[in-house]
Design a protein around this ligand. Structure first.
Ligand SMILES: [Zn+2]
Length: 290
């Protein structure tokens, strides 16, 4: 069933788990994510990201993904990740998305507040949930280009988070406390002291981006501190290549493209199932009737 993010956050809070949000630039990803969630009988979030719009047309894939979500046996939220313009956020809503991230964290605090407030006002009027971001999160590429950069300068500040949520009415907030985007190898050190202060500063659901390189123990440690949504892409997406290579090396004939896609999808599905299990924080989804 297709739901918005607030429905999922409410249940996650009540049962102390986090919902996985898996970026799906194109259809094989969306199929892998929704099938994995159905197999685990767990709620899930899936959707495209504005910066990769060239890989999948939101007008073309959005309605299909929304339809897949409606047909799913578990609650599925179709969520736009890192929406960075009002124009694209509106396009996502028109395409059938039920939730958006209004990411204006590249702007100064006051302007970020102003843009998110604008989004919240129109989104809430049509039952669309809104995630925003306070503080900044670099990618591993930015860190590589600027080795002297102190990541702590990017971290979210508890007083700003409180003020941001009160001023905008955002439903969930991405917080920066040590994770970075596109991480495959680096081991981040998460600042749990800060995360606790951020959680104490607001009732809003907190979101962790860049979870793929984070150690399982640290992910589980973050959930009781209010992390109710965890974004993952690198882990599922990079699961495809080794699986495809192994099958290609075994075969003497060139494989058909649909066979390659199927191999990739199965590998990604397995990675999503592993993530859902970790984010579930011990919660037993199997007995839930959705
Ligand atoms: Zn992100």
């Amino acid at each position: 069933m297709l739901v918005n993010m607030n429905t999922l956050m409410e249940d996650a809070k009540k049962n102390n788990y986090a919902v996985g949000m898996f970026t799906a630039p194109t259809m094989p990803f969306a199929e892998a994510v929704i099938e994995a969630a159905e197999e685990m009988n767990a709620p899930v979030m899936v959707g495209q990201v504005e910066s990769w719009r060239q890989y999948g047309d939101i007008e073309k894939y959005g309605p299909i993904m929304a339809d897949m979500a409606k047909c799913a046996k578990v609650p599925v939220c179709l969520h736009l990740d890192h929406g960075q313009s009002l124009e694209y956020i509106m396009r996502a809503i028109r395409a059938g998305y039920t939730s958006v991230m209004a990411d204006f964290s590249m702007l100064p605090f006051e302007e970020n507040v102003e843009m998110v407030k604008k989004c919240v006002d129109f989104c809430h009027s049509v039952d669309i949930s809104v995630e925003a971001m306070c503080g900044k999160m670099p990618s591993v590429y930015e860190l590589a280009d600027h080795p002297d950069l102190d990541i702590r300068e990017y971290f979210s500040k508890p007083d700003e988070l409180k003020e941001f949520v009160e001023a905008t009415g955002a439903d969930a907030m991405t917080v920066s406390f040590g994770t970075v985007h596109n991480m495959k190898i680096m081991q981040p050190m998460l600042d749990f002291e800060l995360l606790k202060e951020l959680n104490d500063a607001t009732d809003c659901s907190l979101v962790m981006h860049g979870s793929s390189g984070v150690e399982v123990g640290q992910i589980k440690q973050a959930i009781p501190y209010g992390i109710r949504k965890i974004n993952a892409y690198t882990k599922l997406s990079t699961a495809a290549q080794p699986a495809m290579l192994a099958e290609m090396n075994k075969s003497e004939e060139p494989l058909f493209f649909h066979e390659l896609l199927d191999i990739a999808k199965k590998a990604m599905k397995k990675a999503v199932e592993e993530s859902i299990k970790i984010f579930g924080n011990g919660y037993d989804f199997s007995s839930r009737v959705w």
